[in-house]
Design a binder for this molecule. Structure first.
Ligand SMILES: [Zn+2]
Ligand SMILES: [Zn+2]
Length: 374
């Protein structure tokens, strides 16, 4: 909702992280015009992600105060001069529904310029993460009713008829998994896949594995309610609760037997808990692969048996974040994803002003995906 100041200038509301570990505030800022090559978007939907919990607690080195929200979907309000096309080359106009990539890589650091790895850019600028209020414009996060997108942002039109909540269900997880599966280790036709973790990244990995033609997809996660929601959404063939298990080793044996007893062709770690890695190495078959995506924040050390890597002759592969190209791939997959899975059913919407409730629900695991709406 666009407000007006006493002088009639347009304003927008946004959720601000003022100080680490302190309550967030909902503030009103002036709504600027669009920058050249950029645009102003009426940001109807802002995703809440596990990373946001870490940001609020100060686990990552970011400038405050800042407007939060690195995942968003909205309607173009005004295009800046030169911003005529989306990332796929489709003409853009005010009123179009779009998603945008959270980060802009710098293009000149060694990973960008030499290693062809823009996800590893040393100077990524990320909406809702490292764009401080003082850098301006203030409206630079998706937990807001408007966001100013800068030139260089990957913006992609959302296919007509897509339920915005379905698109937002895997807003960050989908592109993250697209990067991992397109570029690090694909799921091959007929493979058995074990996914560790039943948060959005785990469910994205499982859904993509189905689309890629996996013979069987086993999700080892929890709590039980999340696994039920995944099953209801049509994601995963077998759902095993390790979070609530009295004997986790028995659950791991069950996972191995569900993929034929010798382990899976591919194990995808999306749990984010260090201990999952030691378990995951033993879930892959000899000659299989272990793709580690979930350890996005540094949660410390864990014990692993390195003999498993050699004796099983595993390919152990990491994958970090995503670029705009991976967001485009996710958006392109939305018709196939929503045709097969009930993605909107994974989402719990909260109005913008109930942001703290949304964060609490993500923290206690009572929702799979919280999305702020304005
Ligand atoms: Zn995220
Ligand atoms: Zn760079």
């Amino acid at each position: 909702m666009t407000g007006r100041t006493a002088t009639g200038a347009a304003t927008g509301r946004a959720v601000v992280l003022e100080e680490f570990g302190k309550p967030l505030s909902l503030r009103r800022f002036p709504l600027p015009g669009p920058p050249a090559g950029g645009m102003v978007v009426a940001c109807g939907y802002g995703g809440v992600c596990g990373t946001d919990l870490h940001l609020c607690q100060g686990h990552l080195d970011i400038p405050v105060p800042l407007v939060l929200g690195h995942e968003g979907l909205g309607v173009v309000r005004e295009l800046g001069p030169g911003a005529q096309l989306d990332a796929a080359g489709t003409p853009l106009a005010a009123g179009d529904t779009v998603m945008w990539a959270s980060s802009i890589s710098c293009g000149v650091c060694p990973p960008c310029r030499l290693h062809r790895e823009p996800t590893l850019c040393e100077r990524r600028r990320t909406y809702g993460v490292n764009r401080a209020l003082t850098d301006g414009p203030e409206l630079s996060g998706a937990w807001a009713d408007h966001i100013v997108l800068q030139p260089g942002t990957t913006v992609i039109k959302v296919p007509e008829g897509t339920d915005p909540l379905a698109a937002m269900s895997l807003a960050c997880a989908g592109p993250t998994v697209a990067h991992a599966l397109y570029e690090r280790r694909p799921v091959r036709l007929g493979e058995t896949v074990v996914v560790q973790g039943s948060g959005p990244v785990g469910l994205a990995a499982a859904a993509f594995a189905h689309l890629a033609g996996a013979a069987k997809v086993v999700i080892v996660g929890g709590p039980a309610g999340r696994l039920e929601r995944a099953a209801e959404a049509g994601i995963g063939d077998v759902h095993l609760d390790i979070a609530g298990a009295a004997d986790p080793a028995a659950v791991l044996r069950e996972a191995r037997s569900a993929v034929g007893g010798d382990g899976a062709d591919l194990v995808i770690e999306c749990a984010g808990v260090p201990a999952a890695v030691g378990q995951g190495l033993a879930l892959a078959r000899r000659g299989g692969s272990y793709l580690v995506i979930g350890q996005y924040t540094d949660a410390g050390d864990t014990a692993v048996n390195p003999h498993q890597i050699v004796h099983r002759q595993l390919d152990v592969v990491g994958s970090w974040a995503f670029t705009g190209a991976h967001l485009v791939e996710y958006v392109r997959l939305l018709p196939a994803l929503t045709g097969r899975f009930d993605l909107a059913g994974l989402v719990t919407p909260f109005p913008l002003e109930r942001h703290s409730e949304a964060l609490d629900a993500v923290a206690d695991g009572s929702v799979i995906k919280a999305v702020l709406t304005s």
